[in-house]
Design a protein around this ligand. Sequence first.
Ligand SMILES: [Zn+2]
Ligand SMILES: [Zn+2]
Length: 410
Amino acid sequence: MADDGSLLIFDCGTGARKLGMALASKGAIRAHLLLTHTHGDHIQGLPFFLPAFTPGSQITIYGPTGVDRSLAQAVGGSMDYAYFPVALSSLPARFDFVEVDETDFTVGSVRIHTQFLNHTSPCVGYRATVGSATFVYATDHEMNANPWWRADRPIGLFDPRYLAHQSDQRHAEFLKGADVVVHDTQYAGRDLPAKSGWGHSTVEYAVDVALAARVKTLVLFHHDPNRDDAGIDELIADAEARVAASGLHLRVIAASEGEELILDEGATQPVVELEPAAPILPDRARILVADDDITLVRILETVLHGDGYDVDPAYDGQDALAKANAREYDLILMDIAMPLLDGLAACRELRTMARYKETPFIVLTARTRQDDMTDAFAAGFTDYIRKPFALPQVRARVRSWLARTAAHQV
Ligand SMILES: [Zn+2]
Ligand SMILES: [Zn+2]
């Protein structure tokens, strides 16, 4: 809650029940519910959130558009008759839905900036600033590369420029200088590679990015259901040891029910009221998938076609160039090691064409050296995904890049 009374609620999991009881004592409320995405653990508290049953309450729900349905449908669907006796539309409170992707807007005196995270569905993080206080809510998110540091990083240097993946650099920028960051730390390094591609961070990555971003307090969050309190204490100890070894300052705590953090807003400047920009996606986006692995191309074609895109296949670098010349694609997924012309050369060639200056190019590769990633970004690729990858994550990445690019072209 901001000093001006603006009430922001981040996600609506099991904690919503107790929060709802505490708020209900005040009668009808005006609240802003900021959803990262609509996976069950982030919305399952809504039917048990008491203010939803209080006539006169007004709740604005923000969140990303679903791949195959609207935000309102995705949230409302969790209260279908099969799951809950009262439909969302029959609740006494008034609900308004606002779909967001990457945008800026205000709620009262609070300025909010959103950015896509790396998850198994389109998912946004929220950066809220009021006066001199900044709070970032960044879950569910998996590091874009593991290891996340470049091979040539000087040991002990926590500089975002040495993050190997451009999207991790972008993530560090999103957290930059925040007073409090609530970050996904579902896993520890020892849980990988088994949980790689599940859309969640390790505590080691969260600490490193928070250090690089000069965050003041890191709140470990999205605890693994298999981890008990002693396990969480172990994670905190691991994180504190990592901070101590860095020689930098970062307070680490773990989120727990009822925990209260109070930030000083300082002197607040007047805020210019801003509405979030409506998300835009190209109408039936055209995607080129270039890989010499025919089975993989077929799988991607089927899945991306199912998400509503128009997909063309290419099986070598020259084929990809010829197809890209003949049509204009909104996004290109490309392997590096391909016959006739490799992906790096094809990417460099395409970047010289006016129509492909800004187009998102995503690498799909089995190469594992950190230098390969550095080379790919230098050649002009926008994103880098290692094989074997999780299909839900590729679908989310494709959707995020299409939304970002469309928004920038307006
Ligand atoms: Zn999730
Ligand atoms: Zn989750």
